[in-house]
Design a protein around this ligand. Structure first.
Ligand SMILES: C[S@@+](CC[C@H](N)C(=O)[O-])C[C@H]1O[C@@H](n2cnc3c(N)ncnc32)[C@H](O)[C@@H]1O
Length: 643
């Protein structure tokens, strides 16, 4: 997902921040109140403010509140799809998993043709070309030496240090290069740290302390310093507290670096962008338009774009989501408390969907509270409505009942217990499949494939957790395994009549056996069915302009636009999904039109919906031509019949 998500998995933090009421009304402009005592450095944030955050346009105000610290407010109206700001991250790193496949400077994915060239000294990072290598050299030369030493230190080590260690090291090297008094360094110094909470925390969990200690040790080893004095002189880290501070700043303010299809490929830090606070119903998103963006930004300079995903009024706070907002409230709350030390009080978290006790611990009728699509069941009477599902984790469920919010048909108590058991099994299976997806993909795929029917037959809606997450993971495997037969078909081929059959067979597909053709078609259709359920699930949760929505629609539209192996030559395709022939082309066209509209918001209209938006536009042009060919063919057939 977007935002800070992936790195958080590596670095569970220690204590929960005390719950504080959300109080925007008390937010003050930065000119009247300093925010948090972030560093103790002089000058104070208030004095330094004038020189800092030049990436922010002047119509964005920094205000502070007791509950949230600093945040950003707009003083002007913003249209959905408008770019709020473009910032060059202070630092970025490609994660270990993508080092071989992405250019470490401009983030472009390597292709067999482009052949990313590896650094011949460290043999860890890769670049598109010498221009990208040059752009990164001033930092990579330090990194390169550190990586070589890292591998020399132990023959058994064949992995670079963790993503977090590599990113913090780049940050410290660059800070040293820029100078401690530079604006660049001050912006880092003034980033929010939870050092005080962390240091005071009495109920730290041991695993987190171990992780943090391990991270600090690896960092010191990687930086190549051997004495506290070196650490202090070279990097301004004078004590263990300072070390906690820099790690905390990093984990609190780091964004996932995503490619144009939203795959998280690394981490980056931008102090200006880090000033946006969190909401589970965000009005802005942070996206990375890729190397060739509309501003003519040169390769080798990744850019973060902050985009409004709905119309925003003057005076509203600009809020992004730090976590996956398709998760149900109890999981979002846990993720935010563990990683960011706050309890979210956005309207979705305080709306109490899925709860069966009120704030005074009184049992409520589950159907009297709003249905959260993330915790919902289809109506047992099939009226099309939904029943709210109590959260599996938190509450005493004895005697709790639920019924359809539309027709009020109750779900029998025993059935509810069975559903909740299925949800628990699904949750455990999802966690396991997520852990195994890179190391043992076949097992991860098997898990998702087996659990989806279990949860579907339990009545979970497409948007419910963990069904939606399982379908999304399963789709990754299905698309990966899309038979080569499908991808080998050239898009412009038009099907030809197979003698005496009710089907038309693509000429390229004729090179394959009938069985292979059937399997390929069935596999493609399964991907399409799964993709359309994912789109339905996401639509119930995300705003139409959310980039995740745009990418899911684009993926589905592209699958529908893949040439069929068999085209069912029948006029009655109403019962069949996905449809075949012209009906399928039409559905592909409509889906891609929706994708385009969504991408033009989520990735910015100025940017034509990003790289995927531009791809979609090209496919639409091709589909228009194909639809025209079908129409002409139908006109010709009709003409022959009447003459
Ligand atoms: C990336 S920083 C955001 C900027 C930060 N408020 C500052 O003053 O620099 C993330 C931190 O801001 C605070 N924060 C962000 N969103 C919040 C929210 N909705 N409620 C309470 N605190 C929030 C939390 O302390 C969190 O760890």
């Amino acid at each position: 997902m977007l935002s800070f998500a992936t790195l958080k998995k590596d670095k569970k933090s220690y204590v929960n921040v005390p719950t504080v009421p959300r109080d925007h009304s008390s937010a003050t402009s930065s000119s009247t109140k300093d925010p948090v005592d972030v560093t103790g450095n002089e000058p104070t944030f208030h004095e330094a403010r004038e020189r800092l955050y030049t990436a922010l346009p002047n119509w964005i105000e920094i205000r502070t509140s007791a509950a949230e610290g600093r945040g950003l407010w707009t003083t002007q109206a913003l249209k959905a799809g408008s770019t709020v700001l473009s910032a060059k991250p202070h630092i970025h790193t490609i994660s270990n998993k993508y080092l071989d496949g992405c250019c470490s400077a401009c983030l472009s994915h390597g292709t067999p043709e482009s052949n990313l060239r590896g650094c011949t000294k460290c043999r860890v990072v890769r670049y598109c070309n010498s221009e990208c290598q040059r752009t990164d050299w001033s930092l990579h030369k330090l990194e390169c030496a550190a990586l070589q030493k890292w591998f020399q230190a132990s023959e058994n080590i064949d992995q670079p240090p963790s993503d977090a260690v590599r990113c913090i090291a780049r940050l410290l090297w660059k800070k040293r290069k820029k100078g401690r008094d530079s604006v660049w360094a001050k912006e880092i110094d003034y980033m929010q740290s939870h050092r005080l909470i962390v240091s005071k925390g009495s109920d730290l969990d041991t695993k987190s302390i171990e992780n943090q200690t391990q991270l600090a040790h690896s960092l010191v080893q990687y930086l190549g310093v051997t004495t506290p004095r070196e650490l202090s002189e070279q990097f301004g880290i004078d004590s263990a507290g300072d070390m906690v501070d820099i790690i905390s700043k990093f984990t609190t303010n780091t964004f996932s670096l995503a490619d144009p299809s939203l795959t998280p490929i690394g981490a980056c830090v931008s102090p200006s962008v880090a000033l946006f606070n969190h909401s589970c119903d965000p009005n802005i998103v942070v996206v990375f338009p890729g190397a060739e963006n509309e501003n003519g930004n040169k390769k080798g300079q990744p850019i973060m774009n902050v985009v409004a995903i709905r119309d925003i009024s003057p005076g509203e706070q600009l809020l992004t989501a730090y976590i996956d907002t398709t998760l149900p409230p109890y999981l979002r709350r846990k993720a935010l408390e563990e990683a960011y030390f706050f309890t979210c009080h956005c309207h979705l978290c305080d709306g109490k969907p899925g709860r069966c006790k009120d704030n005074n611990d009184n049992k409520m009728d589950i159907d009297t509270v709003a249905t959260d699509p993330r915790e919902s069941l289809w109506c047992p009477n099939n009226c099309g409505g939904m029943c709210p599902l109590p959260s599996v984790e938190s509450e005493d469920l004895s005697g709790v009942s639920t019924s359809c919010a539309t027709c009020k048909t109750p779900l029998p108590y025993l059935a509810l217990e069975e559903v909740l058991d299925a949800v628990r099994i699904g949750k455990e299976g999802l966690e396991k499949a997520e852990r195994l997806q890179y190391t043992e993909p076949a097992q991860a795929k098997r898990l998702t494939t087996n659990l989806i029917p279990l949860l579907t037959s339990a009545g979970l809606s497409h948007s419910a957790h963990p069904l939606l997450a399982l379908m999304r993971l399963n789709q990754v495997f299905l698309i990966d395994e899309l038979p080569s037969l499908m991808t080998e078909l050239t898009p412009a081929d038009s099907p030809s009549k197979d003698q005496g059959q009710e089907v038309l067979v693509s000429p390229d597909a004729q090179a394959f056996s009938k069985g292979q053709q059937q399997n390929a078609q069935e596999h493609l259709d399964e991907c399409i069915r799964n993709g359309s359920k994912i789109v339905a699930g996401l639509s119930a949760i995300l705003s139409p302009g959310h980039p995740v929505m745009g990418i899911a629609l684009a993926e589905l539209g592209k699958l529908l636009a893949v040439d069929e192996v068999f085209v069912v030559d029948s006029t009655d395709t109403s019962a069949q999904f996905p449809p075949s022939g012209p009906a399928r082309l039409k559905l592909a066209y409509d889906t891609l039109m929706r994708a385009r509209a969504s991408l033009r918001i989520g990735f910015g209209s100025r940017n034509e919906g990003g790289k995927v938006g531009r791809e979609v536009r090209e496919i639409l042009v091709r589909l228009e031509k194909e639809i025209e060919v079908w129409k002409t063919r139908v006109r010709n057939v009709l003409g022959q019949k009447t003459s």
